[in-house]
Design a protein around this ligand. Structure first.
Ligand code: AMP
Length: 435
């Protein structure tokens, strides 16, 4: 492909105003919400040792890594997600006495994905990790928090499905032969159910085992699926316990008041091999792919030296933005309140003008300064063009209390001393002293 200096690489994009403003607002909203649940922000480097990132990868994720060699020959990788770095931090920078640890992050992740709407090579992930407790209450908190944050972002239609890694792994591994197990797993990951069924029918497995595997992709829906799933779990290690674990979390999530928003899906499967329990996936009808994913990963932190049970979820900020846009999200960066103009040709004029600007800004008024030396007419036109409701024009600067003119909504509303004029500026909160 032709390299050009005027483009960004595939899958990396510029975020211009007003999108950047909306993105920032959304991130603020997420931070504000999760902080109310007692989560503290953490940031980790965008690149890590490749070996650290590789601690949590499935085969597909490994092929999506951005890898590069440091000048000293060490292999590094851009983080493809944030759970692995946080697991490293939890094991190495915190003590058992710090648990339970509630952490959240908002930051870039990098994957060699095929770019399309909602799928980028650099994207922003926001998420939480609850480290320490292994009880279903911790998983339920994370599920309720995922639901709560999606709601708080302003999405009106969404749902979260719960699955379990020990259920799906138990059933798949029950197929015995390693090659068959890995083909079945890949077919499920690809959602290629035709191939999945063919593999089972050609497998020679006994009928009950075949029936359980064939049922796996269909074990989704409301709580009634739990008993059906339990029926197929007979004789499969851990699978019955997994169903009971989902049942417990589901009833706790209901107690949080999210009854209508949660379903179960025992066919849920993840490419990341660190999941060890409950699996979470959140959807909204505006997107053709998941909005948020997560689950329990009790074995990951231990790979960095200290065993710590943990659970969490992550979602893509750009995906949430896409869904909100489809819902008609109309949030614009605020324009300035005042267009401030006046001669700056001599230092007296400049000092007076900058002083007025500073006084207004101190009171929370957004001021856009004329740096083009515009005439009165041009200033009014400029303000109208930029949607700025008021023009404050410094007419004379030699006096201690110079003369100003205020045009508000196209009408001249004041002419007189600056000390009185500032009081007429809309948005000024207190009386201004212009001593
Ligand atoms: P994962 O770590 O694959 O479970 O992804 C977690 C969340 O990150 C997904 O639910 C998406 O919202 C988001 N995400 C994953 N990959 C991408 C991507 N290539 N571009 C944008 N968002 C992504």
């Amino acid at each position: 492909m032709k390299y050009t200096v005027i483009q960004t690489p595939r899958g990396a994009k510029d975020i211009l105003p007003p999108e950047a403003y909306k993105k920032n607002r959304l991130e603020q909203r997420v931070a504000e919400y999760v902080e109310r649940w007692g989560y503290d922000r953490i940031t980790t480097p965008t690149f890590e040792f490749y070996d650290a990132v590789a601690q949590g990868d499935g085969p597909e994720m490994a092929s999506k890594l951005y890898r590069f060699v440091d000048r000293d020959g060490t292999m590094l990788a851009l983080r493809p997600e944030m759970t692995i770095p946080i697991a490293r931090v939890a094991a190495t920078r915190f003590q058992p006495g710090d648990m339970p640890l509630r952490l959240y992050y908002i930051g870039s992740a990098f994957r060699y994905d095929e770019p399309q709407a909602g799928r980028y090579r650099e994207f922003t992930q926001a998420g939480v990790e609850l480290l320490g407790p292994a009880r279903p209450e911790a998983d339920a908190e994370v599920v309720a928090l995922a639901l709560g944050v999606i709601e708080h972002m302003g999405l009106s239609s969404f749902r979260v499905d719960l699955g379990h890694s020990r259920y799906i792994n138990g059933l798949l591994e029950g197929a015995g032969e390693e090659r068959l197990v890995s083909s079945l797993r890949q077919a499920m990951l690809d959602q290629d159910y035709v191939r999945y069924e063919d593999l089972i029918k050609e497998s020679g497995l006994d009928k009950p085992r075949q029936a359980a595997l064939l049922a796996l992709p269909t074990l989704r829906g409301d709580a009634s699926v739990l008993d059906e799933a339990l029926g197929y779990a007979k004789g499969i290690e851990g699978a019955a316990k997994a169903v009971e674990n989902v049942r417990e979390v589901l009833s706790l999530v209901r107690a949080y008041g999210f009854e209508d928003r949660v379903s179960v899906d025992f066919g849920m499967i993840k490419d990341l091999d660190y999941y060890s329990g409950l699996l979470i996936e959140g959807y909204t009808p505006e997107l053709g792919f998941s909005l948020c994913t997560g689950g329990r990963y009790d074995r990951l932190v231990g790979r960095f030296g200290r065993h710590v049970p943990a659970t969490g979820f992550a979602f893509g900020i750009e995906r949430a933005m896409l869904a909100l846009d489809k819902q008609g999200w109309d949030e614009k960066p605020p324009t300035a309140d005042v267009f401030l103009t006046g001669a700056t040709v001599n230092s007296v004029g400049a000092i007076a003008l900058f002083d007025v600007a500073a006084k207004l800004r101190q009171q929370g008024v957004r001021v856009e300064l004329d740096v083009d030396g515009l005439s009165e007419k041009q200033s009014i036109e400029r303000a109208a063009q930029r949607g700025i409701p008021q023009v404050l024009r410094l007419l004379e600067t030699e006096k201690d209390d110079p003369t100003v003119e205020l045009v508000d909504g196209g009408e001249k509303t004041f002419q007189g001393s600056l000390s009185q004029g500032l009081e007429h500026v809309r948005g000024v909160r207190q009386k201004t002293s212009t001593a």
